[in-house]
Write a protein that binds this ligand. Structure first.
Ligand code: NAG
Ligand code: NAG
Ligand code: NAG
Ligand code: NAG
Ligand code: NAG
Ligand code: NAG
Length: 501
C-alpha cells in the first residue's frame, strides 16, 4: 500500500469561513491575460463551405436533440469581423479559438485548402489589428472523418504522424503571429467521453447507462486513445521546439479538464477514493507529462490494459508541455464506489469502475474553494507549472433574457478564487471565459448557453446581443468594476493532491 501512504494522517473536515478582499483587474499582474473562448465547430458553422470536409463531430448524434448541429452555429466563418469588434468592445486581451483540421487540410492529410488557410490568416490578422492576442487550440474534438474511417483515428498510432503534420502546417503558417498553442483540448474528458462513455464523438463504448454504442471497448480504448493523445502531443511539441520556437518565441501546452474533488465524508475510504479519483482524472495525463509515467495507482488497477511507455517515449512525453491549460467548471464530492472493479462484474471494466469511486455534484454554481484547491493541487503536485485557465463559465438555459446575474456572480467568484491561488503562489497566467458568445454546445446543443453575448439562433442574421455579463466583464477589464469582498465557506482543505507515484 505504498501508494496510499501519503494519506495515512487522519484529517477531520472542519468548515471554515475565509474572506476575499475587494479586488479589481489591477490586482492581477499586468501581463496576465484575460480573454474569452470558442472552438471551431461550435462557432464557425460553414460546415461544407469553401472546401471543408466533415469531422467526426459533424455526423455524430448527440444526446440532446439538436438536428442542425454545428452546420451553421454562429456563422463565425462569415461573421468573424463582427465578432472581433464585439471582442474589442469587451476589452478582451486574448481570444482562444481552435482550428478546424478538416477545413485546413481536407481529409486530414495532404494538400492544404487555400480558402481554409486564408480564413485563419484573416482571423488572426483581424485579432492582432484590434490588439487581441490569439490563443490557438489545434484539436478540439473535431478529427477529420476521413482519418476515423481510414484507420480509427486516435486509437491508431498513425494519428501521431498525421497530427504532427497538421501541427507543422499551423506552426509554419500562423506561428509568427501565435505565441500560445494548445495541442489537444481537455484530453481526459475527450478520452473518457468518446471511448468509455460514448457520449462524445466518435461515440465508442461497450455499453453504458448513457448510450448504446454500436462499437467500442470501454475497458481498453480510453487508455489507448489517451496514450496516443500524449504521444501525438509530445511529437507536435518536440517539432515546435526543434523547428520553430527559437524564431517564433511561442509556447505550447496540453490541456485537461480539472474538477475540484473533495471527500464526501471524513472517512478514510472516501479520502482514499478522492486521491484515486484525482489520479485517474488528472494524474493519468499530467504525471506522464511532468514525470514521464502513469500514476502507480492506475498501473496497479488497470494492469495490462494500460499501455506502457517505452523509455524513449517516456523521455519524449516528459516535459513536453511549457504550461498546462486547465478547464474548470465545478467541484464534486467523491465517495468510494459501492460496486468495485473486482467484486460484482469483473469483466465489465470501464473507466469509472476502474476508478472505483462515485462523484456527486455539489451544484452548478461556482465553488471558489474547489477552484482554489485545483490550483493548489497543480502547484504542489507538478512543480508549480505555468497555468492558463482555458475555460470557466456558467451554463444557463439558452434564452433571450439578457440579465444573467447568476453568470456575473459565478465569474466574479471564480476570478476571486483564482486571485487567492495566485497570491498563494500559483503561477496562473491567464483566464479565458467560456464562452465569448452563445455557441453550439458539445452535449447540450443549443439548449444551454455560456455566452457573454446572446445569439438569436432563429434569426437568419444570427443577431448578437450583449448580456449583463458582457458589460460586467468589460467593466472589470477596463478597471472600473471593483468586486466587493466576499465571505467563502469551505471545508478545511486537506485536498493536498499528494502524489501517489
Ligand atoms: C475488450 O478488450 C478486452 C481486452 O482485449 C477483451 O478481453 C474484452 O473481451 C473486450 N470486450 C469487448 C466488449 O469487446
Ligand atoms: C443549476 O442548478 C440549479 C439548482 O440545483 C438548477 O435549478 C438549475 O436548473 C441548474 N442549471 C443548469 C443550467 O443546469
Ligand atoms: C431550463 O429548461 C428546462 C427544460 O426546458 C426547464 O425544466 C427549467 O425549468 C429551465 N430552467 C430555468 C432556470 O429556466
Ligand atoms: C497555500 O500554499 C501552501 C503551500 O504551497 C499550501 O500548503 C496551502 O494549502 C495553500 N493554501 C490554500 C488555501 O490553498
Ligand atoms: C429572433 O429572431 C426571430 C426571427 O428574426 C425574431 O422573430 C425574434 O423576435 C428574435 N428574438 C429575439 C429575442 O430577438
Ligand atoms: C468601462 O466599461 C464599462 C462597461 O462596459 C463602460 O460603461 C465604461 O464606460 C468603461 N469605462 C472606461 C473608462 O472605459
Amino acid at each position: 500500500m505504498k501508494a496510499f501512504s501519503v494519506l495515512s494522517i487522519y484529517v477531520a473536515i472542519v468548515f471554515l469561513t475565509s474572506h476575499t478582499d475587494a479586488f479589481t483587474r489591477d490586482d492581477f499582474p499586468e501581463d496576465f491575460l484575460f480573454g474569452a473562448a470558442t472552438s471551431a465547430y461550435q462557432w464557425e458553422g460553414a460546415a461544407d463551405v469553401d472546401g471543408r470536409t466533415p469531422s467526426v463531430w459533424d455526423g455524430f448524434t448527440p444526446i440532446a436533440d439538436n438536428k442542425d448541429k454545428g452546420y451553421i452555429a454562429c456563422d463565425g466563418y462569415h461573421k468573424y469581423k463582427e465578432d472581433v469588434k464585439l471582442m474589442k468592445k469587451l476589452g478582451l486581451e486574448a481570444f482562444r479559438f481552435s482550428i478546424s483540421w478538416s477545413r485546413l487540410i481536407p481529409n486530414g492529410r495532404g494538400p492544404i485548402n487555400p480558402k481554409g488557410l486564408q480564413f485563419y490568416k484573416n482571423l488572426i490578422k483581424e485579432l492582432l489589428t484590434h490588439g487581441i492576442e490569439p490563443h490557438v487550440t489545434l484539436y478540439h474534438y473535431d478529427l477529420p472523418q476521413a482519418l476515423e474511417d481510414e484507420y480509427g483515428g486516435w486509437l491508431n498510432r498513425k494519428i501521431i504522424e498525421d497530427f504532427t503534420a497538421f501541427a507543422d502546417v499551423c506552426f509554419r503558417e500562423f506561428g509568427d503571429d501565435v505565441k500560445l498553442w494548445i495541442t489537444i483540448n481537455e484530453a481526459n474528458v475527450f478520452a473518457i467521453g468518446a471511448y468509455s462513455q460514448g457520449f462524445l464523438p466518435p461515440g465508442r463504448c461497450s455499453t453504458t447507462k448513457y448510450v448504446k454504442c454500436s462499437t467500442g471497448n470501454s475497458s481498453t480504448e480510453p487508455y489507448i486513445a489517451a496514450h496516443n493523445i500524449l504521444l501525438a502531443h509530445a511529437s507536435a511539441s518536440n517539432l515546435y521546439r526543434l523547428k520553430y520556437k527559437s524564431k517564433q518565441r511561442g509556447s505550447i501546452g496540453f490541456s485537461i479538464y480539472a474538477y475540484g474533488f473533495f471527500p464526501y465524508t471524513n472517512s478514510k475510504e472516501d479520502e482514499i477514493a478522492t486521491q484515486r479519483t484525482t489520479d485517474f482524472f488528472s494524474g493519468w495525463l499530467l504525471k506522464p507529462l511532468v514525470f514521464g509515467d502513469y500514476p502507480d495507482s492506475m498501473k496497479r488497477i488497470v494492469g495490462t490494459r494500460l499501455p506502457v511507455f517505452s523509455e524513449e517515449e517516456s523521455e519524449q512525453v516528459k516535459g513536453s508541455s511549457d504550461f498546462l491549460g486547465i478547464i474548470h467548471y465545478t467541484t464534486m464530492y467523491v465517495r468510494k464506489s459501492t460496486t468495485t472493479t473486482s467484486s460484482i462484474l469483473p469483466r465489465d471494466h470501464e473507466f469509472f469502475t476502474d476508478m472505483g469511486a462515485e462523484t456527486i455534484p455539489i451544484g452548478n454554481q461556482s465553488i471558489p474553494w474547489g477552484f482554489e484547491s485545483v490550483l493548489d493541487y497543480l502547484k504542489q503536485s507538478y512543480d508549480n507549472p505555468p497555468i492558463y485557465i482555458l475555460e470557466n463559465g456558467l451554463a444557463t438555459n439558452h434564452s433571450s433574457t439578457l440579465q444573467d446575474t447568476e453568470r456575473v456572480e459565478y465569474i466574479q467568484s471564480s476570478i476571486g478564487a483564482m486571485l487567492n491561488a495566485i497570491r498563494n503562489g500559483s503561477d496562473t497566467r491567464g483566464y479565458f471565459l467560456w464562452s465569448m458568445i452563445d455557441l453550439y454546445e458539445l452535449v447540450a446543443g443549443y439548449k444551454l448557453s455560456f455566452g457573454l453575448y446572446y445569439v438569436n439562433f432563429s434569426d437568419p442574421g444570427l443577431e448578437r446581443s450583449p448580456k449583463l455579463s458582457a458589460s460586467w466583464y468589460s467593466g472589470f477589464l477596463n478597471g472600473t468594476v471593483v468586486v466587493a469582498p466576499q465571505d467563502i465557506t469551505h471545508p478545511q482543505s486537506h485536498f493536498s493532491g499528494s502524489s501517489s507515484m
